[in-house]
Design a protein around this ligand. Structure first.
Ligand SMILES: Cc1cc2nc3c(=O)[nH]c(=O)nc-3n(C[C@H](O)[C@H](O)[C@H](O)COP(=O)(O)O)c2cc1C
Length: 358
C-alpha cells in the first residue's frame, strides 16, 4: 500500500529524512532506518571543513532557523568509517547528499559511488547561474550511472528552467526545496543578532515553508513530467505527505518538524499514512501519485451562508472580515453589498458554520 518506485529504486514507504543533523553519521542514519523511513539520506558531504557558527539551530512552533552548513565530518571519515559500517546491514535505498562545485564532484562522486544507490546534489551555495549547475551535472554524469537528484534552493528564480536544464544534462530528478533564505532573527533586548552566519543571516524551514515547497514541486512536475520529484519543506503529518504526492512528488523528505516535535515523528507519520490514505479515499501511495490534480478555482459569484445550528456566536468572523460585511445581530448576518466573497470567514470559523453557496 505504501510502496513507491522510481528510477529503479523501491521504497517501502515514501518518507525519508532530509539532509541535516539527524543523518549526520551512521548511528543516526541507522536510528531513522529503524524508525521505518523508506530510504535514508546522508548529511551533505563536501571536500572542505565547514566553519559553523554556534548556536546554529533555533526551533519555534512552526519553523526552524539554522546556520548549519554541510557535514562537520570529513570525506575520509564517511568513506572509511560511517558508510562501510552503515552498509553492513542496510536493507533500503541510500541516497548520498553531496555539495557543491564541479571540482568537488570530481573527488566526491567516484569515491562515494560504491556506497550510493543514488546521489542528491545540493546547489545551496553555488548561486543562481544555471550554466554553473549544468557543468556540475556534466561532471557527475561522467563519474556515475546512478540516479542523480538535484536539490533546488528556493532562491533559484526559475524552477521550470532549472527542471529543463537538469533534464537536458542527464539528471533524474529534483529534490524540492532546500531551506528558505537568507532570513533574519533579531533579539530586541540585546540589540543583536544571536543566530546566523557572519552576514547575520539564517535559513528558514519547517511548516511555514510548506506551501512554497508545494508550488515548486508542482511547477517542476508540470514543466518536466518525466523527471522524478522528491518533495521536501514543511512536512509534519501524513496529510502533508499526501499533499506533496498530489502536487507531483514520488517520495518526500522531512527534517524540521522532527526537530520541533521530536524524532518519533517519522514513525508516527509512517504509521498514520494508511489511515489517512483511506480517510481520503485512496488505496495506495501509487494511486495518489497517479492522481491528476484538478484546478477548481472559480471566478463566479458565491456568497457566504450561515449554518445556524453550528454557530457558537464567538464573533470571530465579525472581527476578521476585511470588508466589514458581517454583523452579529440575533445571529450572524452577511451584508451582500459589502461582502467581497473572499472566503476568509469560511476558513477562520472554528466550527465550520459558514459555507460559500453559488
Ligand atoms: C539544521 C538543518 C541542517 C540542514 N542541513 C542540510 C544539509 O546538510 N544539506 C542540505 O541539502 N540541506 C540541509 N538542510 C535543509 C533540509 O534538508 C531541508 O531541505 C529543509 O530544511 C526543508 O525541509 P524541512 O522543512 O522538512 O526541514 C538543513 C536544514 C536544517 C534545518
Amino acid at each position: 500500500m505504501l510502496k513507491t518506485t522510481f528510477d529503479g529504486l523501491t521504497l517501502e514507504n515514501p518518507l525519508m529524512p532530509a539532509a541535516g543533523p539527524l543523518v549526520g553519521d551512521d548511528d543516526k542514519m541507522r536510528f531513522l532506518r529503524e524508525e521505518g523511513c523508506g530510504a535514508i539520506i546522508s548529511k551533505t558531504i563536501s571536500t572542505k571543513d565547514p566553519h559553523i557558527p554556534k548556536p546554529c539551530i533555533y526551533g519555534d512552533r512552526q519553523f526552524v532557523m539554522n546556520s548549519e552548513l554541510w557535514s562537520e565530518h570529513s570525506l575520509s571519515t564517511w568513506l572509511h568509517d560511517f558508510l562501510p559500517s552503515y552498509q553492513k546491514d542496510n536493507d533500503r535505498p541510500l541516497i548520498i547528499s553531496v555539495g557543491y562545485t564541479k571540482e568537488d564532484m570530481e573527488i566526491l562522486i567516484p569515491a562515494l559511488d560504491p556506497f550510493a544507490d543514488a546521489f542528491e546534489v545540493s546547489t545551496h551555495y553555488v548561486g543562481t547561474d544555471l550554466s554553473v549547475i549544468a557543468g556540475t551535472i556534466d561532471t557527475i554524469r561522467k563519474n556515475t550511472n546512478k540516479p542523480v537528484y538535484m536539490k533546488i534552493s528556493p532562491h533559484i528564480p526559475n524552477p521550470a528552467g532549472f527542471a529543463h536544464m537538469i533534464k537536458e544534462h542527464g539528471a533524474n530528478g529534483v529534490v524540492a526545496i532546500n531551506s528558505l533564505g537568507p532570513t533574519m532573527m533579531i533579539d530586541i533586548d540585546s540589540r543583536s543578532i544571536q543566530y546566523g552566519n557572519e552576514q547575520g543571516f539564517v535559513w528558514t524551514s519547517g511548516p511555514v515553508i510548506k506551501h512554497l515547497a508545494l508550488a515548486v514541486v508542482y511547477t517542476i512536475k508540470k514543466a518536466e513530467p518525466s523527471l522524478t520529484v522528491i518533495g521536501v519543506g514543511g512536512i509534519a503529518s501524513a496529510d502533508d505527505v499526501i499533499e506533496f504526492l498530489l502536487a507531483g512528488a514520488s517520495a518526500v523528505q522531512m527534517l524540521s518538524a522532527a526537530l520541533i516535535k521530536g524524532k518519533q515523528l517519522y514513525k508516527k507519520i509512517i504509521e498514520d499514512l494508511p489511515k489517512r490514505l483511506e480517510a481520503h479515499g485512496f488505496h495506495s501511495v501509487q494511486e495518489v501519485i497517479d492522481t491528476t490534480l484538478t484546478n477548481d478555482v472559480k471566478y463566479k459569484r458565491q456568497v457566504p451562508e450561515l449554518i445556524e445550528e453550528k454557530c457558537i456566536k464567538c464573533d470571530l468572523c465579525v472581527q476578521v472580515c476585511p470588508y466589514f460585511a458581517i454583523e452579529m445581530k440575533d445571529k450572524i448576518t452577511f451584508d451582500a453589498k459589502m461582502c467581497f466573497e473572499c472566503g476568509l470567514c469560511v476558513t477562520k470559523c472554528p466550527t465550520h458554520a459558514i459555507v460559500m453557496r453559488d
